[in-house]
Design a binder for this molecule. Sequence first.
Ligand code: AHR
Length: 506
Amino acid sequence: MSATQPSKATIYLDTNRMIGPISPLLFSGFTEHMGRVIYDGIYDPASPHADKRGLRKDVLAALRELNFRSIRYPGGNFLSGYCWLDGVGPRDQRPRRRDLAWQSIETNQFGTNEFMEFCKAIHAEPMLGVNMGTGTIQDAANLVEYCNAPVGTQYADLRAAHGYREPHGVNYWCLGNEMDGPWQIGHLEAAEYGAKAREAAKMMRLHDSSIKLILCGSSSAMMPTYPDWDRVVLELCWDRVDYHSLHYYAENRENDTASFLALSAEFETYLDTLSGVLRYVKARQRSTHEVYLSWDEWNVWYRARGSQQYERGGWTEAPHLIEEIYNLEDALVVAQWMNVFLRKCDVLRIACLAQAVNVIAPILTTRDSMLKQSIYYPFLLFSNLATGAALDVKVKAPLYPTARFGAMPLLDVSASYDETSDRNALFIVNRSLTESLTVDLCWQDRAPKRLNAVHQVAGTDPKAVNTFERPNQIVAVPVAPPPISDKTVTLTLPPLSFTAIDATLM
Ligand code: AHR
């Protein structure tokens, strides 16, 4: 990859040019009963790091640091065969079951109430899924009663008998998982799913009118039914739901790093298309109701994929499934993905990194230790620095050639501005494999008072990874903030880098 124009760029910022408020739920995660996410990852009573509930204290600390605002649970494909009653009540009476989705043994030692404890421990809102595969609309409604109703009726009293007299007050509910996928247990055609989701939503809301509901959109932009699935289910459910989901897992199977590092183009197109579908359905329905997008599964996933070895558990407990090892180029793709979240925050209001621990995750565990993978660091920086509103930044950067997307700018950028604190954060990826880039940051209205910190994730080898033996190959390191000259700051970004700048404005 080599720049075809001089290696100099300019980023223009203006706090009047706002895209919209950044929903804190863009920094959410996902934990599925799959592989070693829950068992061995979050809940492991045999670990020296376990607290008295069996939750891993080191993992909780890392997840708190990542500042996940909400966690989606219990699946994923697991959800579509799950009976939530299996996972509540005295542990010694819970059934051991065959989980058909991942061909694993589910012990049910962790269930809805343990999940609530976990969410409290990491200060995240629970986001529960209801089973729209083998589950009925009655099961879905019963779970809302169990979680959200005051005591005095069957399922609320059952919750109290299980030790939780006060309702859990779960606000966010997913109406199934990837119901468009033929692999999904109980997969439905769009019209069938739309009708079932609509009736489930009705019953769930009759229990608690305040809940927010998330409809299953397409499970990827590659589905043959995309984007028709989205139109059909939205037409059937528009007034009953608040969010519409999308999923996507990024790949670099061809080892074409130049194109891989330009994937934000694809993420944006996906959001633009679905945003168009939302507008179309809203207009057809003559509705004033708004539905927003929820990207409730996203990450890089392709190496530990597509074979029995990775995706089938051989009927064992907590098998090692899809434990993807992340490198520098993956971290740069994750950073761009989050840039896109900010740039599209007017329509995208929820995003859940899939997943939180061990399975395609920023954290890997052994029984007694924990490793932060490369993708941990961009998530950490966005989740903690991007507050307030997203700014519409103007970027002038040299182009570079990609086989997949044609000529693309060497920089991918987003910014936030929080008027309550006058904090301004900037997130910049230099996609070049070889070229440093000198960048002028030009504030057009306000001047920066000081740069509080500059953090950088960078390296020379796009395939470099962290290991238990060498855990600090790809981490966020502080960089000395460059001087401010009037309203301009000039900094040099190394190739293959992600830089997060935290500034306070005058
Ligand atoms: O995150 C792994 C799996 O990917 C989820 O179970 C499913 O929803 C998706 O296909």
